[in-house]
Structures are given as C-alpha cells and as structure tokens.
Design a protein around this ligand. Structure first.
Ligand SMILES: Cc1cc2nc3c(=O)[nH]c(=O)nc-3n(C[C@H](O)[C@H](O)[C@H](O)COP(=O)(O)OP(=O)(O)OC[C@H]3O[C@@H](n4cnc5c(N)ncnc54)[C@H](O)[C@@H]3O)c2cc1C
Length: 300
C-alpha cells in the first residue's frame, strides 16, 4: 500500500483513509482508502492506469452533493478534480470550463461578466462534471439548455461530444450509461444581458431556495426523481413521512423530498429511510419512486 501511495503521489496530492463525511454533502458514510487530486489530465490518466494495474476500483467525485455512501470502507480510489482541474475562460459569449469548477462559481462569474444562461444553476452545489453527469437543473432549465460540447476521457482518448451526443434527459445523460468515462471540460453558450437583471434573478431564486429547502442542514437535495407530471414530495407527505426520522436521518419538515442529516446519521439510516418511503408509496399508491441520489459502495 505504501508503494501505491508513492505512485499516486507522483500524480498529485493523495490522502489515505478519508471519511465520506468530508467528501459528501450528506456528511455520512464510511471511508475511502485513497483520495487523489490529479495535477492534470496526464496525471489523471496515470492514476487510472495504476488503478487498473492493481485491480483497484476508482470513482470520480465532484462535490459529492448527489451521493449516498455506505458505511463500509471503499477499497479503492476517489478521484477529485475540484482543486486542480478547475480553470475556466471566456471567449466572447462562450464559457469553457474544466469539470472541477463549481457551477455556483461559474454562475456568479458569468453574472459578473454580464452573461446570462447559468442563473438556474446558481444554487446547485455541484461541480460542472457532476452537473453534466446528472443534467442538473432547476426552474425549468437544465445544463442541456446551455451546453454546446463536452470534453470526455474515454479509454485514454480525449474526445469532444456534441450536446446531442450527450443524450441529455430529465436528470439523465449518456455519462450515466458509461460510468468509466471521465468528463474533463465543457463549452457553455451564454448570452449578453444586463448584469443587475441577472443578479437580481439569482438573488430571488436563492431567497426562494432558503424559504423552501433545508439548506441549513446536510442533505443531497431531492432524494427522488419526480414521477412524470407529478411531485415526489406529495407522496412522501401522503404516507405521513414529513419529519419522520430513523436515527439522525430525517425527512425534512421544510421539503419532504429532502432527507437531512440532523447530526450523526449513518449511510444505513438514510438508506433505510429511503427504502421505507419507497415501500410505503408503492404499497399505498402503486408508484415506484426512483432515486435521484446515487448510492455508492453498497453491496446490496
Ligand atoms: C442543497 C442541495 C440542493 C440541490 N439542488 C439541486 C437542484 O436544484 N437541481 C439539481 O439538479 N440538483 C440539485 N442538487 C443535487 C446535486 O447538487 C446535483 O445532482 C449535482 O449535479 C451533483 O454534482 P456533484 O459535483 O456534487 O456530483 P457528485 O455528487 O460528486 O457526483 C454525482 C455523479 O456524477 C459523477 N461525476 C462527477 N464528476 C464527474 C466527472 N468529472 N466525470 C464523470 N462523472 C462525474 C460521479 O461519479 C457521480 O456518479 C442539490 C443538492 C443539494 C445538497
């Protein structure tokens, strides 16, 4: 293992035995054997080669704002792009950004440059990579509305995919079908607009989020995808689960499609609450609530 640590160190900063409580916005879960911050794309490729040579599983984490980890040890490598692969630049109205950028920072920076298009994302606590993977969205807009191209590492080749090739849908993308692909960067088409109008819209929306979402507590945002033409929170209310807790994992009083961690919730407690909700909603209404949050490192 020392040898592995040394080899990863040549590719960037490495940390051992890192708690998922520090890697996810749920602040829950076990530990990751290694977390590596690649210096650049070449280091990223080397990290993947080292993992493959040693039969070690790996997973890219953005900001961990859509991931529910088990309480087990992940005997593999979490790759994070946020510290090093986070540069961006503007060419006219086109923003080119690396996958490790925070989408909130990109939204605010674009507003500062009087460029409109990312206002909807100004309260989504994800990285650009994670937001593309999920086709994150809000207020009837999503990443697919502004993305022109995405740069991806596929089997050691760097390719640009067009918006169409990304197969974006409601919280889905082609990347979910190919978890081994790594999103490196994207081009975002923005439009010039009045700076105050953009910032005012962002402020109003942020205010609305504070009023309607439990932002003061750890969570991963909406737990379930909304059934077509309907809302998941309605069913959670109808089974009487608003405010229901298992340990420190509680359905939020403010927004019942959020599960919050009131202190020391474990991954298992959150998962158990999710399963109970799914079971009761299925039994009482025949509706399958599909997870929006991704479970990671679970054996079942
Ligand atoms: C308070 C709160 C509010 C939220 N509001 C919204 C909202 O309004 N709308 C919305 O859509 N979501 C929302 N979310 C959920 C979450 O922020 C989004 O799903 C976001 O897109 C996840 O980004 P991330 O960087 O945190 O990804 P992570 O959670 O780290 O990862 C998610 C998935 O993306 C993959 N991934 C990440 N980076 C890459 C990469 N570079 N290459 C390949 N795969 C990658 C990961 O492997 C994982 O499978 C909210 C979450 C919270 C906590």
């Amino acid at each position: 293992m020392n040898d592995l640590f040394n080899r990863f160190s040549e590719c960037g900063e490495v940390k051992e035995d890192v708690s998922f409580t520090t890697l996810t916005t749920y602040k829950a879960g076990g530990t990751a054997r290694f977390v590596v911050y690649p210096r650049n794309v070449f280091s990223l490729q080397s990290i993947i080669s080292i993992c493959k040579e040693n039969g070690l599983p790996f997973k890219v984490f953005g900001n961990g704002s859509n991931i529910l980890c088990s309480d087990d040890v992940f005997e593999g490598v979490i790759i994070r792009l946020n510290r090093t692969m986070n540069q961006f630049s503007y060419d006219g109205n086109v923003l080119t950004a690396r996958a490790g950028c925070s989408i909130i920072s990109l939204a605010y920076e674009s507003a500062r440059n009087s460029l409109s298009g990312l206002e909807f994302a100004s309260g989504i606590p994800g990285s650009l990579g994670g937001c593309l993977f999920m086709n994150a969205g809000a207020y009837k807009s999503s990443m697919s509305d502004v993305i022109t191209e995405v740069q991806v590492l596929i089997d050691d080749q760097i390719v640009w995919l067009s918006n169409r090739q990304c197969e974006f849908g409601y919280r889905t993308s082609v990347f979910q079908k190919h978890p081994e692909w790594i999103i490196l960067a994207a081009r975002i088409q923005l439009v010039p607009a009045d700076r105050d109008t953009i910032t005012n819209l962002m402020k109003t929306r942020q205010q609305r989020r504070f009023e309607t979402q439990p932002l003061e507590m750890p969570s991963a945002g909406s737990v379930f995808r909304n059934p077509e033409g309907d809302f998941a929170w309605k069913y959670i209310d109808m089974i009487g689960y608003r405010g229901h807790c298992i340990g420190d994992a509680c359905v939020s009083e403010k927004h019942s499609n959020f599960i919050v961690n009131k202190g020391h919730a474990t991954g298992s407690e959150i998962a158990k609450l999710i399963e109970e909700i799914q079971k009761k909603v299925k039994e009482q209404f025949g509706i399958e609530l599909v997870l929006e949050v991704e479970k990671f490192n679970w054996t079942k």
